[in-house]
Each structure stands twice: as C-alpha cells, then as structure tokens.
Design a protein around this ligand. Structure first.
Ligand SMILES: [Zn+2]
Length: 261
C-alpha cells in the first residue's frame, strides 16, 4: 500500500483511491487515519485548474453568499465587536464583502487569484501589523495546498477565522457519489473531518466550533449552542433587528468611490 506523510499531522497516510481530475489526470487521494485529513498527491494540475479561478460549475455562488452574509451578520453582531474591521479571505468576486458592507459591517476583500468585481476600493493587502476582528474564508479550505501554513498566516491577522467547507463523513464517500471532490474542476485538494479541525485547534491552541456548516477556529471562547440558536433565529426577526441597528455603508461607499479617478 502506497503511503505518504499527512500534510497536517505528519502521520502515515494511505492511498485510498485514484480518480480522473480535469477529465485527464489520474490523481491519487490519501487519507490520514490519525487526523482524518484526506488530500491529493502533490497537485501538479493546479495552474490548469485555476485558468478560471471561480469554477464555472459553481451554480451555488450567489445564494451561498447571501446565506452566509445573513448568518454572519447575526453572529458578528452578538459575539464580536461589530464596529471593528473584518476581512474576507480569498474573497472571490467580492460579493460577500459588498453584501456585508451593505448591511453595515466594515469588511475588506483579499484574493490573490480572482478579480474583485463587487468590492472595488475595499481591497486589503496582508500586513501583519493590521489586525482584523474576524476573517471569513468560505469555500476556501478545500483549496489549500498547505493548510498548516495557511492557518498560521491567517492567525497572524486575527484571533478568529470563520469558514465553511464540507466535512468528510467517517466513511470516506465513494468517488462516484460525492460531488464535493470536484474532479471536473480539479480545485478541491484538501478534505477535512471534524477530527482534523479538532487536531488543528489543539495544535494551535484554538477552539473549534461547528454550527452545522458555519465553522469557527478561534482564540475566543464562544457558546456553541448560542451560535446555533442565533443562526436559527435569523429568519425569525433577528436579522431584521441587526439590520435596523447597523448603518448600511452602501451610500457612504458610493460617496467615497464616485470621485475616484
Ligand atoms: Zn493527519
């Protein structure tokens, strides 16, 4: 059985299957039994996979961003400093940043691979002297080639990372049955189980919370049940309450941008 070292915990990881990526490369997938991380061999096909950085088969992009902006508004309002600055890490077209600014949160965009279409004027370069109250990283972790390094990089900028990535079930899904492998676009190269995040939290002295989809790695202590309740209550008036208390930046941003050359 072919084995390589786990990129997260360094334990021996076994080849579990191979599959065709980008319709042409036979790619090996390894699973670490210690931390539960599943990952591809050294991803030599990435340049090709990112010729279009947002994969064209991602039909969920808009609805996902709206959904995340609603949940994050409620969670930030009640658990974090709502007046601080925030960063959407690998923020894609800038849709989430714009949505959060429209609600009233001072969000910025960072993404070295994608063109910022919706959050122009609100780009941030990473600088370890600038700290953010919280960083969001939605549908980003599965793209990481070196998750440890990426986490260290993010935690130099913040004490809290909020993210989404589909967790692998205990039994790894059949390659033919799990859409999240994304063989057709070849961009998903890292898959985590809750055990993987618990391992990472332990290693970097963080807390890990999973509220059915929205996940936290944070130096703060949060109340997981409360997070879940807030998430549920957003539809029952809580989002409306938050919006009424926040001051939308839509107009203010326009004032700021309209005179720019
Ligand atoms: Zn491992």
């Amino acid at each position: 059985m072919e084995q390589i070292s786990c990129k997260i915990c360094n334990s021996k990881s076994e080849l579990v299957f191979t599959s065709k990526c980008l319709k042409k490369y036979e790619v090996k997938y390894f699973k670490c039994n210690h931390c539960g991380y599943l990952f591809t061999e050294d991803p030599f096909w990435l340049n090709e996979a990112y010729e279009r950085s947002i994969n064209i088969s991602d039909t969920g992009l808009i609805s996902r961003n709206i959904f995340f902006s609603q949940i994050l508004s409620v969670l930030i309002y009640f658990n974090f400093n709502k007046d601080a600055t925030f960063l959407d890490y690998a923020g894609g077209y800038g849709l989430f940043t714009r949505l959060m600014r429209d609600i009233g949160f001072d969000f910025y965009w960072y993404d070295p691979y994608t063109q910022n279409l919706f959050a122009n004027g609100f780009e941030k370069k990473l600088d370890n002297n600038i700290k953010f109250e919280l960083i969001t990283a939605f549908e980003v972790f599965e793209h990481f080639e070196q998750p440890n390094q990426e986490l260290l990089k993010m935690f130099k900028l913040t004490n809290t990372v909020v993210f989404s990535t589909e967790l692998i079930p205990q039994e790894i899904p059949d390659p033919a049955l799990w859409w999240y492998y994304g063989f057709e676009h070849g961009q998903h190269i890292s898959f985590y189980s809750s055990r993987t995040f618990e391992y990472l939290a332990n290693k970097y002295d963080l807390n890990y919370y999973n509220t059915n989809g929205i996940q936290f790695l944070t130096k703060k202590r949060l109340n997981k049940n409360q997070l879940i309740v807030f998430k549920k209550l957003r539809n029952l008036g809580l989002l409306r309450f938050v919006k009424s208390r926040m001051r939308s930046k839509t107009l203010e941003d326009w004032e700021r941008l309209k005179n720019k050359p």
